[in-house]
Design a protein around this ligand. Structure first.
Ligand code: CTP
Length: 403
């Protein structure tokens, strides 16, 4: 899943031959799940038709302050458009548009919206080599960057004039990559690697039966999703679950048993900055797994169980720089038990949920948590969706690991 999914993007198209490439750019952005609205300068319509771009973006293209062909015309509100946008990409940005962006000459809807927008603005210059190299253009590029706009550099190559040099607009996929990387680099967990465990474990009794629990995996998958959305690279180790995740920053390892989970977690632990263990690991497993299906030949059956590896405690015992977060699911003496686990497993943070709280725990879409840190500070959170709870946990981690 791209970081651009769900983002509101204004694409400003100005009058350069590279405008034909914006059809591909719009297609790419829409494919990645962004909502795209397009503003064209009036002259840009000579290079690509509004019909092409409105069809690809699923929205009417706007170009003037009013829709003059419509007798009931309403004002195209550049202020509202500017506020709607999470991102503004101007591609191609001609020399004329660059100069208007510098001077604030808002004689078209695109520049008026640019001046109203509060979101990050990216611009991809496109022009012939001499125009590009002219001191006026070079000075505009510097000035616009000094205002906080992000330059998507032009490339060297063959130009529409037949000359060869600097000034080609970046290709649509390069524009998308630059925007994605710039957004990622600004996120609080960018450059951090986080290990997360999720789901139940299944401990085999015989080839057809196991000891398991009702954990759905939802909490762990929401944690992985939230961490990835905050820029982290995530290693998700999950027991059997129906949950799915679609993010190119999450690597999922599917396991069945506590032993397998232990092994995969320890393979990765030394390379991560933090670990959040939300899996409901079975505490006991059958001492012996029958090789054939156990037949019901006797009136009663005794299964001898042995303790599984305590994965969280084993990480607490070896942790160096890693920030370690555990969960405690309790029914009685909740806070006291959670503090006991926090200390005995050498954690930095413990997330307590009580099965006495309505809407907390297994199989429900919500959770109600109290977060306790090493200094025993407690933060109680109201009942929230598991996605919101995941955000709360990661915010607490960010607060304690940054600066
Ligand atoms: N945990 C683990 N490995 C286990 C058991 C638990 O990593 N074998 C982790 C869980 O992922 C969770 C935390 O330990 O983060 C607490 O799990 P919980 O079952 O509440 O606690 P236990 O230590 O198993 O203690 P008890 O069952 O006695 O409450």
């Amino acid at each position: 899943m791209s970081i651009l999914r769900g983002k509101h993007i204004i694409l400003g198209v100005t009058a350069g031959i590279a405008a034909y490439k914006t059809a591909f750019l719009v297609r790419l952005l829409v494919k990645l799940g962004a909502e795209v609205r397009i503003i064209m300068t009036p002259a840009a319509k000579e290079f690509i038709t509004p019909l092409t771009l409105s069809t690809l973006s699923n929205h009417p293209v706007v170009s003037n302050f009013t829709n003059e062909e419509d007798e009931n015309a309403v004002w195209n509100n550049h202020v509202e458009l500017g506020l709607w946008a999470d991102l503004f990409i101007i591609a191609p940005a001609t020399a004329n548009t660059l100069s208007k962006m510098v001077s604030g000459n808002s004689d078209n809807l695109l520049i008026a919206t640019y001046l109203s927008a509060k979101c990050p603005v990216y611009f991809a210059p496109a022009m012939d080599l001499d125009m590009y190299n002219h001191p006026t253009t070079q000075s505009a590029l510097k000035t616009l960057q000094s205002y906080g706009n992000v330059l998507i550099p032009s490339a060297f190559g063959e130009l529409a004039s037949g000359l060869v040099g600097m000034g080609r607009m970046a290709e649509p996929d390069e524009i998308v990559n630059t925007v994605e990387n710039h957004i990622l680099a600004g996120l609080p967990l960018y450059g951090k690697k986080i290990l997360i465990t999720a789901g139940p474990t299944y401990e085999a009794i015989d080839p057809v039966r196991f000891i398991g629990n009702y954990a759905s995996g939802k909490m762990g998958f929401e944690l992985a999703n939230s961490a990835a959305n905050k820029g982290a690279e995530v290693i998700l180790v999950s027991g059997p679950t129906h949950c799915k995740i679609d993010s190119n920053r999450v690597t999922t390892h599917a396991v069945f048993t506590a032993k397998e989970m232990y092994k995969v977690v320890h393979q990765h632990f030394s390379s991560v900055d933090a670990a959040i263990l939300s899996a409901a690991v079975a505490d006991y497993r059958p001492k012996k797994t029958a090789l054939s299906k156990i037949k019901k030949t006797s009136e009663s059956l005794l299964l001898e169980l042995e303790k599984t590896e305590d994965i969280l405690a084993s990480l607490g015992a070896v942790k160096a720089h890693q920030f370690l977060v555990g969960f405690a699911l309790e029914t009685d003496d909740e806070v006291a038990n959670a503090i006991k686990k926090l200390k005995s497993k050498n954690l930095d943070l413990i997330v307590l949920n009580s099965l006495k709280d309505f809407g907390a725990g297994f199989g429900v879409p919500t959770n109600k948590i109290t977060i306790i840190d090493k200094d025993l500070n407690q933060t109680k959170h109201p009942l929230k969706t598991k996605a919101e709870v995941a955000d709360d946990i990661l915010e607490e981690l960010i607060k304690r690991t940054h600066g």
